[in-house]
Write a protein that binds this ligand. Sequence first.
Ligand code: ADP
Ligand code: TRP
Length: 319
Amino acid sequence: MRVLSGIQPSGQLHIGNYFGSIKPNLEFTEKSDQSLFFVADLHALTTIQDASVLNKAREDIVLDYLACGFDPEKAIIFDQSQIPEHTELMWILSCITPMGLLERAVSYKDKVQKGIIPSVGLFAYPVLMAADILLYDATHVPVGKDQKQHVEMARDIAQKFNTIFGKDALTIPEPVIREEVAVVPGVDGQKMSKSYGNTIPLFGDEKKIKKIIMGIVTDSAGQNDPKDPEKSTIYIINKLFLDKKVAEKLADEYKSGISYGDAKKRLFEDYMDYMKPMRETREKLTTKDVEEVLASGRERAGEIAGGTMERVRKAVGLG
Ligand code: ADP
Ligand code: TRP
């Protein structure tokens, strides 16, 4: 079992990303024989066209993931752009990928609707993603529901390649769709998302985070009125940081009329307790650590990628 996951470096991570994606991915990769984790910086070029922004985001995401517990001894951590075989394989796969397959991509249509420039790169995004996966003979690719179609396209492309060039040329990957994790609400009660500006960051200044938490929108229930915990954004977020028993006790406090002010203070304390070890690790990590991790990842990933490309070149007649 070889697990591969990629994440686009696209700004400050929030607790929705942590509970919805980072934590379950971490748990899944811990069960695998080998895991690769990469920063999808070539994919990010479809939306970020500012060198300093992209460079900062590339470094930050590695710092964040290391702080969250990704172990660079076990997982191979690398930057996509540092392994030239990604784009080489992408070209070869492009030549057998039907236009019609890409035209069906839901995420392309969504992105264009949101105002992202419909470039050739954005359209061909799923072919690059197929190359990412197939280059490493990944057997399992854990993703959220929004990325399922892309992994299925990688399967289709691999099957087509094998039909044309030889049946065992590429490994057919399995998508592992993360179990339905509840959608984490943002400070305004909508889904927490960078695009809505309603996030509680995972890292960053403590005072700012306290201010954000104290600003969570509530209904007009009076100070000592009983409150329904399951309808309160504060409780729904607070629960994420607690064991079941402690969460149940807290729910009772809502029912017996905790004030929203106290509830927010409690949420801030529980956030801090939960995040403290990760935040401390994040503070201690340096640019040099990131460079070392990426240099070692590049070497290990490059070896696998080089082997696959040799096989692919031979199969297509470029050997
Ligand atoms: P954003 O919506 O902030 O742009 P992304 O789309 O980059 O976040 O999310 C990356 C992953 O994090 C998603 O695939 C999803 O699994 C998870 N995620 C993001 N927001 C939430 C949320 N509010 N609740 C649960 N999971 C989330
Ligand atoms: N498209 C993925 C996302 O936006 C990131 C990604 C790129 C990826 N290549 C991948 C994920 C390969 C898994 C495997 O979330």
